[in-house]
Design a protein around this ligand. Sequence first.
Ligand code: ASP
Ligand code: MG
Length: 438
Amino acid sequence: MKVMKFGGTSVGSALRMKSVAELVSGRGRNIIVLSAMSGTTNSLVEISNYMYKKNPAGAAEVINALQSKYTSVIAELFDTEEYREKATDVVDRYFDFLRNINKPAFTVFDEKEVLACGEQMSTGLMDLYLKSRGVKVVLLPALEFMRMDKDGEPDLDYICKNLRPMLDANPDADLFLTQGFICRNAYGEVDNLQRGGSDYTASLIGAAIDADEIEIWTDIDGMHNNDPRFVENTSPVGQLHFEEAAELAYFGAKILHPTCVLPAKLKNIPVRLLNTMAPDAPGTVIYNAKPSREIKAVAAKDNITAIKIKSGRMLLAYGFLRKVFEIFESYKTPIDMVVTSEVGVSVTIDNERSLDAIVDELKKYGTVTIDRDMVIICVVGDLEWQNRGFEADVVNALKDIPVRMISYGGSNYNISLLVKKDDKVKALNMLSKGLFDK
Ligand code: ASP
Ligand code: MG
């Protein structure tokens, strides 16, 4: 059994929904995970914002616009009046709910329920569409099995114990369908897995049922070896190790949500990135790949601030780094890159919210310098240190660009370099030229 996840754009119109239905039919008895139709979750966020601001008229305007979109999708998706009515009943349930939240105080709990409407509508429509075509599909409500524990971590035991019986109870089903993104928390309240979290749902379901494979269907043919928005002639990477994929997902390769890699990795289940527009293209497979001794891909992360703390007191001292890190910790500001010398340390952050306060405290320990508008360029591959030449190739490719920080050795899979925002596109292009156009 496989898990096949389709994102918002893949179900973004009646036409796209029809191609997903086509794609999932005849590929085995799999579990299909859907996001909300593209734009829907954003509209639900907007509705919640109006509710928070006690502006029901503002909310109603967004609700009306969203509902008329669904009305036209239904008209286009279904051929018979019978199914159009059934589909209208399904979505009206959610629109009625949205219209009736008339509360003196709108809370985060209400917001979570509002956000949960999108995936329930997309799966409700797909369920009916597949049924109208004679497919024996069973809709599994995610809110009945997808659950987080008290620490906000997925409760894999619970997921497994509740999902399995639902599958076993339906031996005749051709297909199973469920919602991405939505879940319950440890107290049974409606919650979600954060924006973009449907990939995570797919990965968690895959891990819970020991799936043969987790397929993430989007509209590009896999993970590319560089950012196609800035570099021409990028190409899809055929195979990635779980660790390489985790580095790339974090460093802005938008195609896969960073949290998605871990559950699959723990259970050793391959994740395949595929393209709904070109279903037969091989895409990218992420698994426990054998050492490849290759540089696979380059990615960039924007809006980085570098902070340098230089102090004679660091020389031969212990506890200096702890003090520095504790300041960041106390302001809940994660550090991304770190490089040190004997008399100083440079770190990067991607959240400037508490920067002034942090700098103020750091000044107790040394001279502080800040570089704003920086970009982390991340080179990913099987870069085990005993291999020779990778560092040289990377640095050589960037020889015409000023580099503020270099970090290697934290993992076997990544070399990170910090450059100015204005040099980002040039750096990405020079790296493609130097590393991949051989
Ligand atoms: N619908 C949710 C979002 O837009 C989850 C997802 O698409 O993965 O963030
Ligand atoms: Mg996504």
